[in-house]
Write a protein that binds this ligand. Structure first.
Ligand SMILES: *Cc1c(COP(=O)(O)O)cnc(C)c1O
Length: 427
């Protein structure tokens, strides 16, 4: 059997319509921006492998640091025991997080980072003797695939089978100049019920919604309403963290800081699964009690895995270098330049840029959603051109690793400009 045949026989892939799936590309090597498949063809990873990779694949420095850690301590449990990588990582992350963040809770991925945040907010109220049973989130939000994450996320084709099992969440529209007043009113009236545990949001860019972007002033306006009413604000920075939006965190742009933050994806530079939920001191304090029932009874077998922490520490070393920030600025500026050209393309609309993220929509008459037919064949079109670019519905986007060169960016822009539906490029 070939690897593809064995794959089909034994493996179930994520987010994949298995019945109609084309055989997956067999990746045998990663190096910098590139993957190489088993036929020797190279692909530019223009979307950082689902937004996780920051500095390129098999980065020599991170690989070396992880290898060093593996000689010393691969894993240990994290109750009653601690270790240098987890403590140092917490300390160093807190140096970069907004100053109100004071504790770091580890888990394994973005969904668990969100799950922890939701549970933290609910039990915070419970520990204070309050009953809060509602969350507020944005329409089209994505916060992961666990039940809590699905509950606060958009109700759509992804989770329709589970709808009756999801808890009560009020979804409000993403704010714009036009609707800010009405959205503020809705928010105030929801908070007035006195039952809201927290407001969760993806700051500035909603990733899975198709890189939907919105203004920092509008977000700040909503956050200030929550703050005035002591509603906990949870920034889900699983996608936006670690320079993607041009600053370390998207929350660095907002005047009002979140009380809880969720990190994953870029946290380890794309090397290993790791999640972080950080919180402000007042949340932690609500769990400090002689009453044992006020304990936060949550944890995962691999909590604070030292190997994953060592990858995160090495990635942070790179994030703290001036060259990385020059690259982030350079990519953002190049995107803004390309935006002007891409706007002319007859098949594209809503070309938009936030930091290192460039996105555009394929024009379509259909209702915009993930299963939109407009995107069919797009991934294969770019695959033939040697670019890994997997659309979200009718949205095409770039979120490249920071090692990408100007020449490589220009090649991808050129391919986007050459894009024609239905016509596969000659290879
Ligand atoms: C990807 C993502 C998640 C889920 O992270 P996983 O590691 O895939 O579980 C949660 N929130 C946001 C904003 C994301 O982009």
């Amino acid at each position: 059997m070939t690897l593809q045949e064995k794959d089909k026989a034994f493996v179930w892939h994520p987010f994949t319509h298995q019945a109609a799936a084309v055989p997956p590309v067999n990746i045998v090597k990663g190096e910098g921006l590139y993957f190489t498949d088993d036929a020797g063809k190279r692909y530019m990873d223009a979307i950082s492998s689902w937004w996780v990779n920051l500095h390129g694949h098999c980065h020599p420095y991170i690989s070396e640091k992880v290898a060093e850690q593996l000689q010393v301590l691969e894993h240990s449990m994290f109750s009653d025991y601690t270790h240098q990588p987890a403590v140092t990582l917490a300390e160093r992350l807190l140096n970069h997080l907004p100053p109100n963040q004071s504790k770091v809770f580890y888990s394994d991925n973005g969904s668990t980072a969100v799950e922890v945040a939701l549970k933290m907010a609910i039990q915070y109220a419970d520990n204070l003797g309050q009953k809060k049973c509602t969350f507020i989130a944005f329409e089209n939000a994505y916060h992961g695939d666990t039940f809590g994450g699905m509950s606060v996320g958009a109700r759509n084709v992804f989770n329709q089978a589970f709808n009756q099992f999801l808890f009560d969440v009020k979804h409000i529209p993403l704010p714009t100049a036009e609707n800010l007043e009405s959205v503020s009113k809705i928010l105030k009236s929801l908070i007035a019920t006195g039952t809201v545990a927290a407001f969760i949001y993806e700051p500035l860019v909603q990733g899975a919604a198709g890189m939907a972007m919105y203004e920092v002033e509008h977000l700040d306006a909503l956050l200030s309403i929550c703050k005035a009413e002591h509603v906990i604000c949870i920034a889900d920075e699983v996608m936006t963290g670690f320079g993607r939006t041009g600053r370390f965190f998207a929350s660095d742009y907002t005047t009002i800081k979140p009380d809880i933050m969720c990190l994953s994806k870029g946290l380890t530079g794309g090397y290993m699964p790791l999640g972080v939920t950080s919180c402000a001191q007042f949340i932690y304090d609500a769990y400090l009690s002689n009453d044992k029932t006020k304990t936060f009874f949550h944890g995962h077998s691999y909590t604070a895995n030292p190997t994953a922490c060592s990858a995160a520490l090495a990635s942070l070393d790179l994030m703290e270098q001036a060259a990385t920030w020059q690259a982030i600025k350079r990519i953002g500026d190049r995107h803004l330049n390309a935006k002007r050209m891409l706007k002319q393309h007859p098949l594209f609309e809503n070309v938009r840029v936030t930091g290192t993220i460039l996105a555009l929509d394929l024009k379509t008459d259909e209702v915009k959603h993930y299963l939109n037919a407009a995107s069919e064949g797009v991934a294969q079109w770019f695959q033939r051109e040697g670019i890994l670019l997997r659309p979200l519905g009718n949205a095409l986007y770039l979120i490249p690793p920071y090692c990408i060169t100007d020449g490589e960016l220009d090649y991808i822009y050129k391919c986007l400009l050459n894009y024609k539906t239905g016509s596969l490029p000659v290879t």
